[in-house]
Design a protein around this ligand. Structure first.
Ligand code: PMP
Length: 397
């Protein structure tokens, strides 16, 4: 009998997690996961999140639907966190709650595909978070790449990046990682952002910011929002995808927001109505529980202060692990310059190791990460950093 799905092709397996699970070595290290781990290597629920959740549960709210654009106490506070409490953008901002950062990018992609007046082409950095290209392609945009990272310096290739911004068809869309670039951990400095902004403006391009790590990069939520706020201050009506997966550790709760800076109230009302028209046939309205937790934190002064401290603790642990990894490699006698490990920022380090060396790390040392040489610094602990450095030293020298 012929089957209905006989033409469905097998997709590629998700290899790292499977190989890690199959490895029976008790000191195996998983540096493939994109989630924070504490210094014992365990998933971490922020104490401020526990407190906020207890308050939400104790208040015994009903479970009615949120509106199409979500829980207003959450979206208002999310906008203030991103744009700053004195931002001129706040009262002309169309914002909707989203299914975390990915959902925000998807709503953004769909909105631009339907309404962006220029070329429906979005440029994403090379390399970028692997899902960017897929999300934007499925949203109906054409996806192109711009140069970002230099394999020679293991840092930003500003000259080529600016060259690509200049060469792109005027009025194109550019996707920027607001901070903690994934996968490279390489961010422009504030001076470099100013040059990038000038180039974007000169060509009439449109800036789409993905801010999945606010506070998680430097430990300071305002510093991490520099690029977003700078572009707005220079007159760009940007759009923005926000995620609370990393900075609040709300991964599975799927808390995020998508916002568009508009020119005025009338534009805001029209954009808002079109966002609702996009969201309604996708999922009607977003889940409420995680948004209530985030709103409780953002709107309660003591909880907010506590949360800022906890974000900084996570960021600092990651910064410390970077330093320890570099130190351990140097102690072993490695002659390579490992300063990129400590210059980079955020959850991921781009080691510069080749796919072959990454294979060797897995097969011979039970250290698992993606082939592109990206390791999740969140998976490093005081306990395993020594063995990790030895493994890297053995495969790379
Ligand atoms: N953008 C970037 C750059 C990311 O690294 C991630 C998470 N890995 C996301 C967006 C979205 O994640 P989420 O949907 O879990 O918020």
């Amino acid at each position: 009998a012929s089957s209905t799905w006989r033409n469905v092709a097998q997709g590629p397996p998700v290899r790292i997690t499977e190989a890690f699970k199959a490895d029976s070595f008790d000191k195996k290290i998983n540096l493939g996961v994109g989630a924070y781990r504490d210094d014992q290597g365990k998933p971490y629920v922020l104490p401020s999140v526990r407190k906020a959740e207890d308050k939400v549960i104790a208040s015994r709210m009903n479970k009615e639907y949120a509106g199409i654009t979500g829980v207003p106490e959450f979206t208002k506070a999310a906008a203030v966190l991103a744009y700053g409490k004195d931002s001129s953008a706040l009262d002309r901002l169309a914002i909707t709650q989203s299914i975390s950062g990915t959902g925000a990018l998807r709503i953004g992609g769909a909105f631009l595909a339907r309404w962006f007046p220029g070329a429906k082409t979005i440029y994403v950095p090379q390399p970028s978070w692997a899902n960017h290209a897929a999300v934007f392609k499925d949203s109906g945009l054409t996806v192109n790449k711009y140069n970002y990272y230099s394999k020679d310096t293991l840092g930003l290739n500003l000259e080529m990046m600016l060259g690509d911004i200049n060469a792109a068809y005027p009025g194109s869309i550019f996707l920027f990682h607001a901070c903690a670039h994934n996968p490279t951990g390489v961010d422009p400095t504030e001076e470099q952002w100013k040059k990038i902004e000038a180039a974007v403006k000169a060509k009439g391009h449109y800036a789409f910011f993905d801010m999945a790590y606010q506070g998680f990069a430097s430990g300071d939520v305002d510093k991490d929002a520099f690029a977003v706020r700078y572009f707005v201050s220079q007159g760009h009506d940007i759009c923005l995808a926000q995620s609370f997966a990393k900075n609040m550790g709300l991964y599975g709760e799927r808390v995020g927001a998508f916002s568009v800076v508009c020119a005025n109230q009338s534009e805001k009302a029209r954009v808002d109505s079109q966002i609702k028209i996009l969201v309604r046939p996708m999922y009607s309205n977003p889940p409420i529980h995680g948004a209530r937790i985030a709103a409780e934190i953002l709107n309660t002064p003591e909880l907010y202060e506590q949360w800022l401290g906890e974000v900084k603790e996570m960021a600092d642990r990651i910064i410390t692990m970077r330093a320890l990894l570099k130190e351990n490699l140097e102690k072993l006698g490695s002659q390579h310059d490992w300063s990129h490990i400590t210059n980079q920022i955020g959850m991921f380090a781009y080691t510069g190791l080749t796919p072959e060396q990454m294979d060797q790390l897995a097969k011979e040392h039970s250290v698992y990460a993606t082939k592109d040489g990206r390791i999740s610094v969140a998976g490093i602990t005081s306990e395993n950093v020594g063995r990790l450095a030895e493994a890297i030293f053995k495969v790379k020298g």
